[in-house]
Write a protein that binds this ligand. Sequence first.
Ligand code: ADP
Length: 250
Amino acid sequence: MIVVDDIHKHFGGFHAVDGASLTIREGSITGLIGPNGAGKTTLFNVIAGLLPPTSGRVTMHGEDITGLPPHALFHKGLLRTFQIAHEFHSMTVRENLMMVPGNQSGETLWNAWFRRGMIASEEVALRRKSDEVLDFLTIAHLADEKAGNLSGGQKKLLELGRTMMVDARIVFLDEVGAGVNRTLLMTIADAILRLNRERGYTFVVIEHDMDFIGKLCDPVICMAEGRVLAEGTLEEIKANEQVIEAYLGT
Ligand code: ADP
């Protein structure tokens, strides 16, 4: 689905990504692991259009998507989740979901004045969709809670929920488990699995929690020093000498 070919990303003289190549298979949940500073987040940001690469190519279904901005990738169904920005903390969980799909007709003054009926019916559809998303993620009870009051794990579920408001095909998740308690982490893992199996989502996940990676990810790709070191099942990766060395070296 996605082919990353010899991506380099330099910050001044520093090579954060130094010739990374990998393939993401459609329908997979691919885990990206590696010691801190390996270049995982930088590579994510290059693929998701947030950083232009210094060189290299990214294709999606054979089409060159290198350097396309996030909104163009969004329309192709490629999304990277983001922390809920501070300015949205005072909005409710449902409102955060309802504002995700872009081009709503309520956005232009013309429509606001002259097409109120249409806006109202769109709002009903969005509300129904957001309720369905909240049910799927088992957080319907939080619909009217302010996003700022959610725990870390609940915020992660909301981030995932935002990808369900549009027709996502492939979702990049960065550090899902950071600061999330185990029970909620397993709820998130379960939601990811169900989105994968029932809705055909492809996922690429950066995560340090090996239980989480083991439960979800096949294959697992290990990066170190800006390059891909190894790819395989988590068991294969754990037994790989180069991988062990890379982790011990940090
Ligand atoms: P990982 O996600 O694997 O921990 P990162 O991609 O965050 O690794 O970082 C890789 C390296 O690139 C790190 O040494 C980091 O300090 C450096 N780096 C990341 N972003 C920048 C930037 N904007 N400017 C300079 N160096 C950066």
